[in-house]
Design a protein around this ligand. Structure first.
Ligand SMILES: Nc1nc2c(c(=O)[nH]1)N[C@H]1C(S)=C(S)[C@@H](COP(=O)(O)OP(=O)(O)OC[C@H]3O[C@@H](n4cnc5c(=O)[nH]c(N)nc54)[C@H](O)[C@@H]3O)O[C@H]1N2
Ligand SMILES: Nc1nc2c(c(=O)[nH]1)N[C@H]1C(S)=C(S)[C@@H](COP(=O)(O)OP(=O)(O)OC[C@H]3O[C@@H](n4cnc5c(=O)[nH]c(N)nc54)[C@H](O)[C@@H]3O)O[C@H]1N2
Ligand code: SF4
Ligand SMILES: [Mo]
Length: 726
């Protein structure tokens, strides 16, 4: 029994507790929160199929932010002198509505934009997409998942007809014979996931890791391939080349279940292992060993994560690994397949219900007339009134304040000043806005630039659902109510929508279409148009998603609670859910999976005499994303106090840099300064920095804003730099 529970028993009061999930990453570890008698909140892991009773340090300390002194408890409005000052909710919301109307009157509806996040619950992500289309009537909404999942999402859609990160439960990892991890470091990014890998190896399975660094994950592997960043596509094509020459292809599966293999066969014929060794640095023997380990195993899983995906060729790179998986006959077979490790807490659900520029709920396309008619029906508006597609996240942020770009932005759940590529440029775009609104519970670096900051509830104060990396819909449960002065995101959206709905005497400006209010205030239904109760929002989301690719119609909160979550698609409340996809067919028009012939191309920015080194970025265990949250947790700050630049001792010696020396990493776009961390585990031609810190150590001052042409994913994982002692 815990101290809190014991104390509660002594006083005869039951401890207040909630079974919920960690607020941070997509593993969504199960945890129990308890209100102890001395006013603390205790976090305990609980058994859940993904975390199996484990938590990482971030999960253990997640409750530290609930009563943190930095917590926002009142709206802030920028005064004429430029200072953010506490204000009433009424004053803050009036300022926002005035600002939005002024901008839309002068520049049209699309002059207002919304930026969301993959950490928002399904209910909030859904409400945000609806708010943009129905209350603001703008086409401009996108979100940070564009920087995270978009390459794998696009490749999955074009191959399988559906984008569900893992098309099988995570527990399959423990039961597969060969597991290939490409550009994933779960030992730091999802530590409890390693329990499944330990099980896999204990059963005699083989683990192969592809990473330019010998990471904590790669250390546990039977084989570590250490390619030059940006060469994963060539490596995948070489693996398929070997599989073909060694007769490892599953011909029956290819014939019966796929289409388009011939073009792929011709393309990979050019990818001779010896040439790919020259390009990537991965020895021929390792390419052969990997192809054999995959092609001769009884079962095999190939997983990609951000290392392979965050490139201007991220979609094609994922397609190359999907091709390999299909040629080996893996998708749909027991304990086999291709998957991508989704990152943010609701990275999966957040990309299904309408935060994406081209999307309506249920993973519907916003330019599909049938989808528009269905969703407009649920929303009670005319389909013709729904805006068309907007533009992907970076393009959106880069257009802010420019003559054709939006002049007002509302941010819910992201901190692009730290996390956007080429961040200095994004920062200057944000500064050029007429109105910047940020809803957050902390003063993030982006909130610091805002005209209005709105204090919102944290995870332990709200109910809702999250969809984890397996496509499993989970319940987030509130332990307590938000502190006085704090509102939920749903409440904020509802209040703003109601204020925008109120008649505006001045008609909206050029190119704006019909006048605000959006869709006209419908007598009697205004209070329900943006419900604030997440259960009611979820019921509406179910209807809006019904019949879509990501169909939640059969998912109810009760059903989630009675099992360990519900896997989508789940169209029928009385029918089965879908833990495993593709056993018999693929949701493509022909029922077959589609190969895509793809070719290697160099990084968008090659190294040269002035910028001779490859720069790549990523994560450390104790910090999360832009760090707004984890940099404020004492234990995590002690574990990872500041940014650093990881470089090989041989390179350091050439540069005259010692361990701990301050170094400058410069690219054509900007520079970062941080202490050097020497490590023989990284390639000598590559330097690495985590992206969790703002200011001088900001990795994204350096990164390249080259984008994948299909997904809009920025090239976070490779650019050319010069390194010198600062
Ligand atoms: N501690 C912690 N955990 C997190 C997060 C966090 O911020 N902190 N964020 C969550 C989110 S949103 C995400 S998206 C996931 C990300 O999870 P991961 O994808 O595991 O994380 P990264 O560290 O970004 O990248 C993984 C690895 O890619 C390698 N890499 C770099 N360039 C290349 C390349 O060109 N090819 C290959 N093959 N590998 C390369 C890096 O060395 C790194 O070890 O983590 C989630 N979990
Ligand atoms: N160089 C480099 N840059 C990267 C990456 C990389 O690997 N390298 N990875 C990219 C990836 S994969 C990702 S996912 C992005 C993430 O980068 P960001 O989008 O900046 O993500 P977070 O730091 O999680 O920002 C979330 C913000 O929203 C707040 N917040 C959290 N929950 C809620 C909520 O429910 N409501 C509201 N209103 N606010 C909330 C938090 O306090 C925080 O300020 O970074 C990307 N940037
Ligand atoms: S692995 Fe992810 S979900 Fe689990 S405790 Fe750590 S941050 Fe939270
Ligand atoms: Mo992410």
């Amino acid at each position: 029994m815990t101290d809190g529970a014991r104390a509660a028993t002594r006083t005869g009061r039951p401890p207040r507790e909630a079974e919920t999930h960690c607020p941070y990453c997509a593993l969504q570890c199960g945890m129990v929160l308890r209100d102890t008698d001395d006013g603390r909140i205790e976090v305990q892991p609980r058994q859940f199929p993904t975390n199996r009773g484990g938590l990482c340090q971030k999960g253990w300390t997640a409750a530290d932010l609930l009563d943190h002194p930095d917590r926002l408890t009142t709206p802030l409005v920028r005064d004429p002198s430029g200072t953010l000052r506490p204000a009433s909710w009424a004053a803050a919301l009036d300022r926002i509505v005035d600002g939005l109307r002024t901008v839309q009157r002068a520049h049209g509806r699309d002059a207002v934009a919304v930026f969301g996040g993959g950490g928002l619950t399904n209910e909030k992500a859904y409400a945000l997409g609806k708010f943009a289309r129905v209350a603001l009537r703008t086409r401009h909404i996108d979100y940070n998942g564009r920087w995270c999942m978009s390459s794998a999402a696009a490749a999955g859609l074009r191959a399988f007809g559906v984008d569900r990160g893992l098309p099988f439960p995570l527990t399959d990892l423990g039961r597969t014979d060969t597991l290939l991890l490409v550009g994933a470091n779960p030992a730091e990014t999802m530590p409890p996931l390693m329990r499944h890998l330990t099980e896999q190896r204990a059963r005699g399975g083989r683990l192969i890791v592809v990473d330019p660094r010998l990471t904590a994950t790669a250390r546990q592997a039977d084989l570590h391939l250490q390619p030059l960043p940006g060469t994963d596509l060539a490596v995948a094509n070489a693996l398929l080349h070997v599989a073909l020459t060694e007769g490892l292809i599953d011909r029956e599966y290819v014939a019966a279940r796929t289409e388009g293999f011939d073009a792929v066969r011709r393309t990979v014929a050019e990818y001779w292992p010896a040439e790919v060794e020259r390009l990537s640095g991965v020895p021929v023997a390792d390419l052969e060993a990997t192809a054999r380990a995959l092609g001769t195993a009884g079962s095999a899983i190939i997983l990609t994560a951000r290392g392979a995906e965050q490139h201007a060729k991220g979609v094609d790179t994922v397609s190359a690994y999907v091709n390999l998986a299909l040629a080996l006959g893996l998708p749909g077979r027991p304990h086999s397949g291709y998957g991508c490790l989704t990152g943010q807490g609701n990275g999966q659900g957040g990309r299904e219900h309408g935060q994406k520029a081209d999307q309506l709920p249920g993973y519907r396309k916003i330019d599909d007339p049938a989808a528009r008619a269905h969703v407009a029906g649920v929303w009670g508006v005319d389909p013709a009134e729904l805006p068309g597609p907007g533009v992907p996240a970076y393009q959106l942020l880069d257009s802010l304040g420019t003559p054709d770009g939006p002049r007002a932005l509302l941010v819910f759940g992201s901190n692009p000043v730290v996390s956007a590529p080429r961040a200095a440029r994004v920062e200057s775009r944000l500064r050029g806005l007429d109105l910047l609104v940020v809803a957050d519970f902390l003063r993030s670096e982006t909130a610091e630039l805002a005209d209005v900051v709105l204090p919102v509830a944290q995870w332990a104060e709200e109910d809702g659902t999250m969809t984890n990396l397996e496509g499993r819909v989970l319940r987030r449960r509130a332990l307590r109510r938000p502190p006085a002065g704090v509102r939920t995101d749903l409440d904020v959206l509802a209040d703003l929508a109601a204020r925008l709905d109120a008649p505006d005497p001045v008609p909206v400006g050029p190119g704006a279409g019909p006048a605000v209010p959006a869709g006209g205030p419908v007598p009697g239904d205004t209070p329900d148009r943006f419900p604030t109760d997440p259960r009611v929002v979820f019921a509406e989301l179910r209807r809006a998603s019904a019949g879509g690719v990501a169909d939640y119609a059969g998912v109810t909160w009760e059903r989630i609670e009675s099992a360990d979550g519900v896997f989508w698609p789940c169209p029928d409340p009385d029918g089965p859910d879908s833990p495993r996809l593709f056993a018999d067919t693929f949701p493509t028009p022909t029922g077959r999976a589609r190969f895509h012939a793809v070719r290697h191309r160099p990084a968008a920015e090659p190294v040269c005499a002035d910028y001779p080194l490859h720069f790549t970025t990523g994560r450390v265990l104790a910090q999360y994303q832009s760090g707004t949250q984890t940099r404020r947790v004492d234990a995590l700050r002690r574990a990872a106090p500041h940014g650093f630049v990881e470089l090989h001792p041989d390179l350091a010696a050439r540069l005259g840099v010692g361990d701990g020396d301050e170094v400058r990493v410069a690219s054509r776009r900007g520079e970062l300064r941080a202490p050097a961390r020497l490590s023989p585990t990284i390639r000598p031609d590559t330097v690495f920095a985590p992206f969790h810190w703002p200011g001088a150590a900001r990795a994204n001052s350096v990164t390249n804003d080259a984008l994948d042409p299909v997904s809009g994913m920025p090239e976070f994982k490779i650019c050319a730099v010069r390194v010198e002692r600062a």
